[in-house]
Design a protein around this ligand. Structure first.
Ligand code: KG4
Ligand code: ZN
Length: 342
């Protein structure tokens, strides 16, 4: 199969060409620098940038794959969840292309693509369904934090999710309180490397509750109140690494302990980790060592597939097609609230 995949759910415009289970080319155009000036993603700006970038990004992906658009058998695109006007650009373009080329269109849930991204391995990424194992999966993106039980490819159920802010949102909001630019997650990660995680004690929300849900807005608030009491810390560059390491330690501890607890309860031997926050070095390290301690196997999504990209959309779309899942009608609307898809 030769498939073109498009992703425009937030602030990355991406296209990928998939040939028989391999993402032979992936192009990602990031808008991070544009939104950083405003401290977060501005939907109108994101929409305009997607509109400007989508055609060149698609053209480049096809060129790199050395494939003509006439040779494509299918188109896939993210149809939710995401920012409605951003989703609209990619979804409507995919619908028009599918119509003009007379090929079927597969709609993909962005979060479902994150969920299965640990099964896409190598450079270029290849689908590794042959080694699939039932697993307990932690998805940590900018907008979603989910614990999911996956019994087989495309057979999954949500065990728990965040009740307010997602882990990525919490990283970004704490970073903003510390005066770091958007998106702050990667900067907190970098600064935390030289900091003391025990320097300050921040809340570990819902850690001791036996359910699989998360809540991160209380942690962000506890950091805010703490900084209001100690304003001198924000301007003290020498203490910034300690603040980052301490806040990061709170987020990571909750994520790791609740994930391991759920895996034990569900009797799952394999764990997976995906989404933008899965790039976090401390989270990767702590989850790996907790898995080693419990004799669990851990499959980490590779860093280039953790942040938003069309390769994961296309590789999952191909699986959905081979599994006989329904194609999208050319009239179907995008679905901003479609978290994990069907
Ligand atoms: O999955 P993603 O690219 O976009 C969404 O689907 O939302 O995730 C973006 C999130 C942002 O909140 C960003 O700060 C966070 O992932 N992130 C990180 C790191 N790299 C990206 N958070 C912590 N440490 C990192 N190294
Ligand atoms: Zn994402």
């Amino acid at each position: 199969m030769r498939l073109l995949a498009i992703e425009t759910s937030c602030d990355e415009t991406s296209a990928a060409v998939i040939v028989d289970g391999c993402a032979v080319s992936t192009v990602v155009s990031s808008q991070i620098k544009i939104h950083a000036e405003y401290g977060g993603v501005v939907p109108e700006l994101a929409t305009r940038e997607h509109l400007r970038n989508l055609s060149p990004v698609v053209r480049k992906a096809l060129q790199r794959a050395q494939i003509e658009s006439a040779d494509l058998n299918a188109i896939a695109a993210t149809c939710g969840p995401g920012l409605p006007p951003a989703l609209m650009v990619g979804w409507k373009a995919a619908q028009s292309m599918a119509y003009a080329m007379d090929v079927p269109l597969m709609g993909v849930s962005h979060i479902q693509a994150h969920l299965y991204s640990p099964w896409f391995k190598g450079k270029p990424p290849v689908a590794d369904w042959g080694n699939f194992e039932p697993n307990l999966s932690l998805i940590v993106s900018g907008g979603h934090t989910l614990l999911v039980k996956v019994d087989a490819p495309l057979e999954h159920q949500v065990l728990g999710s965040t009740q307010d802010d997602a882990a990525g949102e919490c990283f970004d909001k704490i970073a903003k309180l510390l005066g770091l630019t958007y998106p702050g997650g990667p900067q907190v990660d970098r600064l935390a490397c030289t900091g003391d995680p025990a320097a300050f004690e921040f809340a570990r929300p819902m850690l001791n509750q036996t359910n699989d849900d998360f809540s991160f807005s209380g942690l962000k608030t506890s950091v805010r109140y703490f900084l209001e009491r100690r304003p001198e810390l924000v301007t003290d560059n020498a203490r910034l690494p300690d603040l980052c390491a301490s806040a990061q330690a709170a987020i990571v501890e909750v994520l790791v302990k609740k994930t391991i607890r759920a895996a034990k309860r569900e009797r799952m031997q394999c764990l997976t980790l995906s989404g933008g926050v899965a790039c976090n070095s401390e989270l990767r390290k702590q989850l790996q060592s907790a898995c080693d301690k419990n004799n669990f196997t851990l499959r980490l999504a590779s860093p280039e597939l953790c942040t938003d990209n069309a390769a994961m959309i296309g590789l999952l779309a191909e699986k959905r097609i081979s599994d006989g899942r329904e194609f999208a009608s050319l009239e179907m609307d995008f679905k901003p609230g479609w978290v994990l898809g069907d």
